[in-house]
Unconditional design. Structure first.
Length: 678
């Protein structure tokens, strides 16, 4: 009698299938439409669900959820993994002797690290068109992707025989007690069949990929296993999607992102620059610093309204303080440390000897503000009646980011946070977090951002007891629920393992004008740091108690938030943030006197205004100030001077408006008013 397996489906139904059946057989039994659409399956044999090939037989009774292209996250992961394999196969087909290493899927595509044959130069951008054509040939051939289990020794012998030294090295480190798998592209052993070592899963065949849904983007240098002491490889990057429409949309986003690149716009608008003499630190120009000052003034008003007290704490603190807080043990590689010493200076040539005495004390530049805020809290005796205490700081911090990771304003070494810490009782935590949720919401709405809220849960390496983590995580859940944000509208999601070493955190992920997401605001409920730094308050019972410390920020850092704003608005910042809010430009010199009158009225109204009375054609002036992203250009000629009007050109609008000067001043004053003051 044939053994029957019980296959449970998501709708609660159970199907009996013969032993050796596959998810493809289940799809076929349900109907021809699903048989055609199913590309993989989520299978649970009782030890946890995993995504598997559609043609991989069941090993026993199982719970099964079939995956189609409508399950976009899983479908894209599969497709991109397959594109990576097809890329490696294409490169080896075109250039025999190429060695392959690894090729994972990425957030928007895939890559594969390869080493060119000894008789040719490393691969370059010029090679990409030929590789793309070969990849399309492989996809159109509809080669089956077939999984096999091999022994570790088989793998070693296979790769050594073919001169694949990188794969052979990796195979030697694989465990003997795990199932090791390879995937064939084509029938095993047949002419043109290609093999790679892989855990899978994969689609049923290369033909399941859309040959018009990928594009190779660039090449870069890489090292075997990421170690610069190892052989140098070429990393070939591609982007891959389920169909051509998705690919075109992605390429359009990339084009938009290039136009909006804050580094490019920063140069064009003369906002800031970076240079090697200060790796990862920003030189703010007058126009850029005007944006900073507006944001800082805005955030101060928000903090004042929220009951925060602003403080200022030292840049340098003794390493012993950072050891006590736990940062030196967990974060030292990201910190800058300096010896507390006086170097010997040669009076003749001014050179200094950097000799460090054996008994020199070591200081660390702060990478964050929280330990210093605890020290402020600890001054004097605090009663429960004083809580909550909300301490805020526009705190300048330094982190030793790797040179290769630095990226304009988005990833820097010196940055300033809109940082604050709330010290409160256990009973006050949920309400304080709820208030912060509402405060953050008001800020992001003022800038026109939509956002998702996520809860990052305890990491594997952490301080504190499980009981404290249980309580801290639940408090954040409860606060979000009370704020009405634990739902689909706010994209509520929990992220296991992604919390800080001392506390879980809520994260705000903003969505910009072209659909990219940026993680900015956070709040964390911390019981570890008050314990390590011995922070206490006097309770109603007269005994000492530990406060809970809430770490919170809304912008995150001013540098990164300004970079996000520049890209979100493509440089066309809201009038209240624009460095120059209006320019008065005259057509003829006879109108200059009226231009000065207009300037005086605009300045008296608080408008950041500049004049352009140069002897240049007006079209030249319009173009120049448009490129500088000035929101409003007031054009004045003799007619305007005689009638007391202005011709106002608004950035992005084709038609100009002629209106009385006083009306234009009132309009600009209203437009330049920060949203929290409207």
């Amino acid at each position: 009698m044939t053994e029957l397996l019980k296959i449970s489906l998501p709708d609660g139904s159970v199907r009996e299938m013969e032993a050796g059946s596959t998810p493809a057989d289940v799809a076929a039994a349900i109907g021809p439409g699903l048989a055609k659409a199913a590309i993989a399956a989520k299978v649970d044999h009782g030890a946890g669900a995993e995504i598997r090939d559609i043609n991989r037989p069941f090993e026993g009774d199982a719970e099964v959820a079939l995956i189609t292209s409508r399950d976009e996250e899983e479908a894209l992961e599969l497709a991109r993994h397959d594109f990576a394999h097809v890329l490696a196969e294409a490169v080896q087909a075109l250039w025999p002797g190429t060695q392959i290493t690894f090729g994972p899927a990425t957030d928007d595509g895939f890559y594969y690290d390869v080493k060119a044959p000894a008789d040719r130069e490393p691969f370059s951008m010029d090679d990409l068109p030929a590789i793309e054509d070969k990849m399309r040939d492989i996809i159109k051939a509809d080669k089956p992707l077939i999984r096999e289990a091999w022994s570790r020794q088989q793998l070693i012998e296979k790769w050594q025989a073919e001169g694949e030294v990188f794969k052979a090295e990796w195979a030697k480190e694989l465990p003997d007690d795990e199932e090791l798998t390879v995937y064939w592209s084509g029938e095993p052993g047949s002419e043109g069949a290609w093999l790679d070592m892989c855990r899978g899963p994969h689609l049923a065949s290369t033909g399941k990929l859309d040959p018009q849904a990928f594009k190779l983007m660039r090449v870069a240098g890489a090292y075997w296993r990421g170690d610069q002491n190892n052989a140098q490889l070429t990393r070939i990057y591609g982007t891959g999607w389920l169909n051509k429409k998705q690919l075109n949309a992605h390429l359009h986003r990339l084009e938009e992102a290039a136009k909006r690149d804050h580094r490019k716009l920063g140069r064009e608008m003369d906002l800031f620059h970076l240079q090697e003499e200060a790796h990862g630190s920003v030189f703010w120009h007058p126009q850029g610093y005007k944006i900073w000052r507006e944001l800082e003034a805005y955030m101060r008003r928000k903090m004042d309204g929220g009951g925060y007290q602003e403080i200022k704490t030292p840049q340098l603190m003794d390493v012993r303080q950072w050891t006590q807080s736990g940062h030196w043990g967990k974060y030292a590689e990201n910190m800058f440390a300096v010896p507390d010493m006086v170097p010997d200076v040669d009076e003749e040539d001014g050179s200094a000897s950097p000799t460090v005495a054996d008994d020199a004390d070591w200081m660390a530049i702060k990478p964050m503000n929280c330990p210093a805020h605890v020290l402020v809290f600890k001054q004097g005796i605090t009663s429960y009646r004083d809580l909550p205490i909300r301490l805020g700081e526009m705190g300048c911090c330094h982190r030793n980011e790797p040179h290769g990771a630095l990226h304009g304003l988005m990833r820097v070494r010196q940055f300033t946070q809109d940082d604050a810490h709330i010290f409160c009782t256990e009973e006050q935590v949920v309400e304080e977090v709820r208030k912060f949720c509402k405060l953050a919401d008001s800020v992001y709405q003022d800038f026109g951002f939509s956002y998702h809220v996520k809860l990052a849960l305890r990491p594997e390496k952490r301080f504190g007891s499980d009981a404290d983590w249980d309580k801290a995580e639940q408090e954040l859940r409860d606060a979000v629920a009370e704020a009405g944000m634990d739902n689909e509208e706010y994209g509520w999601e929990e992220l296991p393992g992604e919390g800080a070493f001392y506390a879980p955190k809520l994260e705000w992920h903003l969505t910009d004008a072209i659909g990219r997401t940026w993680q900015v605001g956070t709040i964390q409920g911390d019981r570890v740091l008050p314990e390590r730094l011995d922070a206490t308050y006097i309770g109603e019972d007269g005994d000492r108690h530990r406060p809970v410390m809430l770490h919170r920020a809304i912008f995150g850092s001013y540098e990164r938030f300004i970079g996000i704003l520049i890209e979100h608005f493509a440089g066309r910042l809201p009038v209240w943030l624009a460095p120059t809010q209006a320019v008065v430009a005259t057509i003829v010199s006879d109108a200059d006197a009226y231009g000065r009158e207009a300037m005086a009225k605009l300045e008296a109204a608080g408008i950041r205004v500049e004049s352009d009375f140069r002897n240049e054609k007006i079209n030249y002036k319009v173009r120049e100030h448009s490129l500088a992203k000035v929101p409003h250009l007031l054009v004045l000629g003799m007619r305007e001077a005689e009638e007391g009007t202005v011709a106002m050109r608004t950035l992005g609008e084709k038609e100009q408006k002629v209106l009385p000067l006083d009306e234009a001043v009132a309009f600009l004053k209203a437009a330049a008013t920060p949203p929290d003051l409207v």
